[in-house]
Write a protein that binds this ligand. Structure first.
Ligand code: AMP
Ligand code: ZN
Length: 480
């Protein structure tokens, strides 16, 4: 089986060949740290976590970098507007760095709750200002940039002649220029030679808080620069996979690529595979902070465990849009419940002498790998896993060793998709028979008017993860 990725650069699925035989180097564009994650942001990080986990499962070593933007990301893409971090810090009446410290803590906490593996490095833009200044000098020396009034701009037309600027966007240069031209403010129109030129260094206005001395001005780096500098620093001039959201297909990634070429004087592509993850929508519209139609990870975690969100994410392909709704989350929760119920049954069944599951194990592994090899088709892989679990649940008369192997297979494959599938100790402690007994005892107590005692049984069962439901046919218990 051959692993293939859809490469935005070629607009085709390509066989994956790492630069080094067993090590895969990945750079993922990360979060601008000024607000809580919404579930759209987290979807991208969950998708790249699956990429990381799948490559590891296939036997590769993975070195994964996700950057943290804490300076230079402006409210407007055309190098105008306020720094997003500064703006929010001012609104809250705190220092920008204080805001970043607070938000970063929440960011990592949420990544952990979503079982997103910690990256090898999370470099921060403000920790690399010196290297960024050096990179701007190199780009100027190599003839791909020019200075205007203390700001430095990348010369896109010059670069385009040498290496083709527009390729990733799938549009031609004139089209891009025309679109960009409409977005330019007066200042930029005066300073930029061409509307597509973008800032490498920006001369700071007096009220700007985060600024540094440089040969050109007391200023700050353009947003795109950090990724070129930090990817080169941690992964080298030529690395395997670069990921981001579809919004990065233009202009962020073409700009990064252009800077990588220019600062390192490359004569080959800096990145072999560019992968882009689609948006989460709400009623068909992109979920975004500016539209106000967003749901934060924090909101969802108030009601559901992070694993439910991971199930929701895996249920759609990373290159498809997916609409968020309460119903979609409930579906994910019920799929997860099915997996847990199966795991519990497998662990607690006595087993028999059948061995029908032996072939099923082989088959699900093959289906799972085929699906994931095909550009990380997680929904197809998950469907195979769910079908397998369903069959297993109906085949508890298989040999006990096989049931154990089935359980481990479900856990192993599910974990590639970022699920934890950890059976809690206490869930295994109460057998079905004991639960039946406790329920009938509670019914009896209620008949006798001993409501307090009956409630005590209900509450302690709840703590053990057992829900009681009063139905027309009497009380039934359910593992949650
Ligand atoms: P932002 O905070 O808008 O810069 O977004 C940070 C990351 O989240 C980027 O990689 C975006 O591509 C991604 N992103 C933003 N909005 C969504 C969305 N609605 N669905 C999926 N990913 C998103
Ligand atoms: Zn980036």
């Amino acid at each position: 089986m051959v692993l293939r990725f859809y490469n935005t650069m070629s607009r085709e699925k390509e066989d994956f060949k790492p630069i080094d035989d067993d090590l895969v180097r990945i750079y993922s564009c990360g979060q601008t740290i000024y607000d809580d994650l919404h579930i759209g942001n987290a979807r991208a990080y969950a998708n790249w976590d699956i990429l990381n986990r799948y490559l590891s499962w296939k036997g590769f070593d993975v070195f994964h970098v996700l950057n943290v933007t804490d300076v230079g990301h402006l409210t407007d893409d055309a190098d105008q507007g306020e720094d997003k971090v500064e703006k929010r810090a001012k609104e809250r009446g705190i220092e920008p760095r204080e805001l970043v410290t607070q938000q970063l803590k929440r960011f990592y906490d949420e990544l952990d709750k979503l079982n997103i593996k910690r990256h090898n490095v999370n470099p921060r833009a403000t920790g690399h200002i010196h290297e960024m200044i050096e990179a701007v000098k190199d780009i100027l020396d190599n003839g791909y940039a020019y200075e205007r009034n203390g700001s430095v701009y990348f010369d896109v037309e010059k670069f385009h002649e040498d290496h083709g600027y527009a390729k990733m966007s799938g549009m031609d240069l004139e089209e891009l220029q025309e679109n960009a031209s409409g977005q330019l403010g007066e200042e930029e129109r005066k300073e930029k030679k061409s509307p597509l030129d973008f800032a490498l260094w920006i001369n700071a206005s007096p009220e700007h808080l985060m600024k540094w001395e440089s040969p050109w001005s007391n200023g700050y780096p353009g947003w795109h620069l950090e990724c070129s500098v930090m990817s080169t620093k941690y992964l080298g001039e030529h690395f395997d996979i670069h990921t981001g959201g579809v919004d990065h297909i233009f202009p962020h990634h073409p700009n990064e690529r252009a800077q990588n070429y220019a600062m390192n004087n490359l004569d080959e592509e800096p990145v072999n595979y560019w992968l882009h993850s689609e948006f989460i929508t709400v009623n068909g519209e992109k979920m975004s902070k500016s539209e106000g139609n967003f749901v934060t990870v924090r909101d969802v975690l108030e009601e559901y465990v992070g694993e439910v969100l991971r199930m929701f994410y895996s249920s759609s392909h990373y290159r498809s849009q997916v609409d968020y709704s309460e119903e979609a989350i409930k579906n994910a929760e019920s799929r997860l419940e099915k997996l847990y119920n199966t795991l519990w049954n497998l662990e607690n069944a006595e087993g028999g002498d059948e061995d029908s599951l032996e072939d099923e194990i082989r088959e699900v592994r093959q289906q799972f790998e085929e699906a994931m090899d095909d550009d990380l088709d997680s929904p197809r892989a998950l469907d195979a896993l769910m079908r397998f679990a369903k069959k297993a649940n109906k085949s508890l008369d298989n040999r006990k060793e096989l049931l154990e192997e089935v359980k481990e297979t479900i856990q192993e494959l599910g974990r590639v998709l970022g699920l934890s599938l950890e059976l809690k100790e206490q869930e295994g402690n109460l057998s079905d028979e004991l639960l039946d007994l406790l329920v009938s005892l509670r019914d009896k107590l209620r008949e006798e008017g001993e409501y307090e005692e009956a409630d005590r049984i209900r509450d302690s069962l709840k703590e053990e993860g057992i829900q009681l439901e009063d139905t027309d046919d009497g009380t039934v218990w359910k593992r949650s």
